[in-house]
Design a protein around this ligand. Sequence first.
Ligand code: URP
Ligand code: ZN
Ligand code: ZN
Length: 482
Amino acid sequence: MRTLIAGGTIVTASDTYQADVLIEDEQIVSVGHGLAADTTIDASGKYVIPGGIDVHTHLDMPFGGTVSSDDFFTGHRAAAFGGTTTHIDFAIQPKGATLRETLDMWQAKAKGKAAIDYGFHLAITDLPERVMKEIAQAPEWGVTSLKLFMAYKGALMIDDATLFSALEQAAAHGLLTMVHAENGDAIDILVKQALDAGHTEPKYHALTRPAELEAEATNRAIRLAEVAGAPLYVVHVTNAGAVEAIRLARGRGKPIYGETCVQYFFFTKDDLARPGFEGAKWVCSPPYREKSDQEALWQAVGINDLQVISTDHCPFWYEGGQDGRPAGKELGKGNFAKIPNGCPGIEDRMMVLYTHGVGGGRFSLNRWVELCCTNPAKLFGIYPQKGVIAPGSDADVVVWDPKATHTISAKTHHQRTDYNLYEGMKMTGMPVVVLSRGRALVRDGQWQGEPGAGKFLKRQRFGGKREAAPPKAAAAAGSRKQ
Ligand code: URP
Ligand code: ZN
Ligand code: ZN
């Protein structure tokens, strides 16, 4: 079966040009003119871009006494409606479990449900010797990135010794280490002090997790990675101080990368102080900061101090625990520390960034593709299979109508939540055709995908190496432009 996407303007991380895209079965086979096919998708007046890649999501994740509300079907369907065709989720090690058991647990969640292609990062919460040995095996399972949490004391948080050991081992075997960088010990004290003083409202979530504690942990993780000779990827960077730590490390020539998430460009700690309990909708970690931090983030993604924009999609119901819904934000009424941390956004990312990033003159069309598609693929070992429009790549292709408009609303979105952070925001530009390996997932607003059609992606080692490399070599390989 040959499909031609005809008459569109192809946009990659580096180029914008007019050409047709010929797809045969699951792959792009040719890009050019005068190509013949069995069926044609008319893309005139539209952009043709690689499917979005979201490398930071939490589907069906047990957290904060409940579970995130999108599973591997509802989350995938929502992603596709927003032009995202690949994601990498976190398989989070329950204490005492092996990494193999952890991965199997998360594979079972995706089985029969996945509608887009997916991979897993392994999130380590417990690192005895046998788990250290498993890190070396993980690339054979197709997992080439680890995640460690420097926050969430008493739950997911690890100590510096664990982080340092994981960094060394990961670097030795070609894995990229990711960190949630906040100082969990200090936050724990601030939270107790706030509760003791009777401060229970959602806004205290932001006030007990100051930006300095993110900047400190970011710098600490970077310095540990430097000593370990390891590449490092800092997730959900929110503020100027954390950006500065990354910029300085990159200036020293170190393989340090940073991601921010869409929502950090738009909200501040004042959103957590909305009337009543409304602010709980905006509770996530790290929290929303100041207007000046938003500016710092726009600048950072523009000048490549940060390389990726993802979502940290971790949705909870605002009014959960009824009508078959798992418990949600209401768990934290009367105690901000019990509000499940996380916000939805997997569907909104590409549209919000097109409207406000490209449309707002913050970055170019090509940089939008680079931040949302190409850099995630390169850093996480799935390039050029994903993240580019080129012969030989998977036919994950989005036809994007730059003129289509719509208004974001929880009433019409596909995420399994009863609210949307961007409620009422007007979008210009949206996907009209979304293909995953040549199959239509979405066409003109209609769902055409299937649960179970999404495939697990076995990813290459960091830096593209298929074999293990010694730590210093891994670090040197990571210093390429991204
Ligand atoms: O609040 C958040 N971000 N929830 C998801 C877990 C994490 O820290 O990424
Ligand atoms: Zn996190
Ligand atoms: Zn997260």
